[in-house]
Design a protein around this ligand. Sequence first.
Ligand SMILES: [Mg+2]
Length: 272
Amino acid sequence: MLKTNLRKPQGLLIDLDGTLYHGERRIDGADEWIASLRECGLPFLFVTNNSTAAPELVAARLERMGISASADEVVTSAQAAAAYIAEHSPGATVHIVGEAGLKLAAADAGLQLVDNGEARYVLQGLDRELDYSKLQRAVSLLLGGAEYILTNPDVLLPSDDGLLPGAGSLSALLSTASGVQPTVIGKPSRILVSYALRRIGLEAEQTWMVGDNMATDIAAGHGAGCGTALVLTGLTTLDNLPHYMEQTGMQPDGVFADLRQLNTYILSMLGT
Ligand SMILES: [Mg+2]
């Protein structure tokens, strides 16, 4: 542990990719850490920018890796985006550029999904079956005045097949064509974190955001007013941390080499 400014947590918001797993490989100690949080009764939610998979599938993936998880502990950018629209405009018509997880979240939030025809919102996430006619439809709605909501701004996604273009790359195309900039929901936006805080029922000051990425996890947690715990399990290493701190202009409240060190620290803070 390099330094810490963290106060005793009453709940945790936990990033997934690079924090608990890489692709289909569990990160060392992730299973024990989550089991330990359950044992000491510290509430937590898994918070992901991924909009493509429904919470049940995200939980099933964690379970396959030996990390205990249930769907109601998963917060996705798709759910937060749907909740954001439903809050501003209950039952609004929405045209979706995205996958099953996004469509399910929008329907669950009471939004009216429109494939063809007018829609008040264009809600876009990652769509791995995007084609020209879908782009055409979305651009036409945006040019006609639809509001543009983007689930997450990730330009590249790590995968077992290397880096893949993410929702943010597709958004660059839609916003270039339409001239409309989206409202961004996922990290580094604080909107996803605010939604997760409502779900966990805690104030930002009572909660830590835990993740491996300075520009998304730590930035979102910091922006929302949470404590921020950086784990060096993924993107950030001791070597590149100074670079990311300079790039983002911020420091995490705590830095932990791995999940065991983080767990030990949390247990000591909780006095267990
Ligand atoms: Mg991550």
